[in-house]
Structure formats: C-alpha cells, structure tokens
Design a protein around this ligand. Structure first.
Ligand SMILES: Nc1ncnc2c1ncn2[C@@H]1O[C@H](COP(=O)(O)OP(=O)(O)OP(=O)(O)O)[C@@H](O)[C@H]1O
Length: 277
C-alpha cells in the first residue's frame, strides 16, 4: 500500500507552502517511541534519527517490529507514544501526505487496470487538474521507467507476476518525487538482477534526487548497500550506525555477523540482569 493507495485517505490538495521545516533537521527523529498492538508492546522505547538524502536500512528478523515502525512513521499505526517527528512534523500530520511515498509488503494495485492506468489514476489524485496533464504524463512515464516496466506499461496489472506488481506499487510511490520513501521489504520475491537494479535505483533516488529512503529487509546482504542501519530485535533497537562502524565495533567481517554478535551481547546482558535481580 502507498500513502495514496486504494482505500487509504485521499491526499487532498497540496499543503500551502509556508516557511517550512529546517532542511537540516533529520528526516525522522524518534525518542522514547513505544507502540502497543493488542496486548503486546511491540516497539519499546526507541530513539534514533534518519538523516536526509541517505538510504537507511531497517533490518531485523521477522516479527521484530519493522512494519509497525514504518506504519507509525507514515501515521497509520494506533497507540504510538513518545516523540516521532517526520520531515519536521509530528508523524501523521496532513502536511506530510504528499511528501512521503509508502509501499507496504502487499502490492495494492487495481488488477483490472493496466500499469499505466494504475499510475494515471494515482497521479490524477496527487496532481489534479487539466493544466497538470502534461506534467502528470511525464511523471507517470518516468515512474514506470524507474521500475523498469516500460515494456509492460499496457499490460493488465492482474496479469503481472508478484515481483512486477510490487514494482507497480513502487512506481506509484515514486509519483510526485516524494522527499521520504518508506519501503517495506521492496525486494522480496525479486531475482538477483532485479534486486541489484532496484538498489541502483534507490541510490539514484537518494544521490541524484536528494530523497531519503527507509528500506526494510530481513536479508542481511542488503544491509551492505545502505548508508546507515537500524538493527532491530524483538521491538528494540540493537544498533543505529553505518555498516562500516558496525563491523568495526563488533570485529565482524559482515553486517550479518555483526548483527549476530549484537544479539548474543543483548541476550547475555538480559541474562545478567535477570540473575542479579
Ligand atoms: N494486529 C496485530 N495485533 C497484535 N499484534 C500484532 C498485530 N500485527 C502484528 N503484531 C505483532 O507485532 C509484532 C511486530 O510485527 P511487524 O509486522 O511489525 O514485524 P516485522 O518485523 O515487520 O515482521 P516481518 O518481517 O515478518 O514483516 C509481531 O510480533 C506481531 O506478531
């Protein structure tokens, strides 16, 4: 799902430009961030920042809370406490609707529309009006090319493979060139060539377009492609650092090894705390 996905609130008119937040503030700033889902506290007291114009990887095992954190960031998660500022506004602020692109794990596209028609539909919501028609066309064409679906632009979304449908969702999120892209496991189910191409695209978007990307994955080799990493386990943050610093700090050769080292250290610390009670 995207911030402007089927069934989600309509983005509405673009916010009136004002003095705006300081461009030097981080893209995301969290302090004491806690989220309760049902009977469980699934995120506990998180504190971190996500710098602008960089790719930050959100990594950790299945169920550790990555999607919940992303939902909190885009303002769709209930029972969020603590501080969570996004692009200088509290998470969920209406001014953020057109500034964030969000792709969930489940692609949400209209199966009975072609790739281009799906994009046209969302572009018309984001950037309405006849006078914007040429700009919308260019934006749609560019987004389809970005995700390498130009040759499938006229194919029905319902006839695409899972990976291709995921890429249609990503293309929708790229419409309007959002300042922050929140991508929940965007490379799941993709072959190695497509994964590499998507990571190249993420780097182009960060470096060439100055956007900030927060990309979740539980594939540790993808960590090596990020500028910074947030490593999570069981709703807690194990590390917030660069891949190089993490490897150096733990004496590991890979981020995967560094992560395992941090998990073991966290377990040992928890055991010590338990026995000294
Ligand atoms: N609706 C819900 N009610 C209660 N608990 C939930 C709900 N949805 C998720 N959870 C729990 O919240 C925790 C975090 O889930 P979340 O989906 O954020 O993890 P994740 O790291 O994104 O996992 P994955 O990589 O498998 O997508 C899990 O333990 C999960 O069981």
């Amino acid at each position: 799902m995207m911030n402007n996905a089927p069934g989600s609130p309509r983005p509405g008119p673009a916010p009136t430009p004002g003095p705006g937040p300081d461009p030097h503030t981080p893209a995301v700033h969290a302090e004491n961030l806690t989220v309760v889902r049902g009977p469980r506290t699934v995120l506990r007291d998180l504190g971190f920042t996500v710098p602008r114009g960089r790719i930050t990887g959100l990594l950790g095992p299945s169920g550790c809370g990555k999607s919940t954190l992303m939902r909190a960031l885009v303002g769709t998660q209930a029972k969020v406490t603590g501080t969570l500022d996004v692009l200088g506004h509290p998470a969920g602020h209406p001014a953020l609707r057109t500034r964030i692109g969000y792709v969930t794990q489940a692609p949400s596209v209209y199966d009975d529309l072609t790739v281009r028609q799906n994009l046209d539909y969302f572009a018309a919501i984001l950037d309405p009006g006849r006078t914007a028609a040429d700009r919308r066309d260019a934006d749609v064409t560019r987004a389809i090319a970005d995700v390498d679906l130009t040759t499938h632009a006229d194919a029905l979304a319902g006839n695409l493979s899972g990976g291709q449908r995921n890429r249609v969702s990503l293309a929708v999120a790229l419409l309007g060139s959002p300042e922050l892209l929140v991508l929940d496991e965007p490379t799941v189910g993709l072959d190695p060539v497509l994964r590499r191409d998507l990571w190249n695209l993420f780097h182009d978007i960060a470096t060439g377009r100055g956007a900030t990307l927060l990309v979740s994955s539980h594939v540790m080799d993808e960590a090596e492609r990020c500028h910074r990493l947030l490593l999570m386990r069981e709703g807690e943050l194990l590390a917030d650092d660069t891949p190089d610093a993490l490897r150096a700090r733990t004496g590991a050769d890979t981020v995967e090894e560094a992560f395992l080292h941090l998990v073991d250290a966290a377990k040992a610390a928890a055991r010590t705390k338990e026995t000294t009670r």
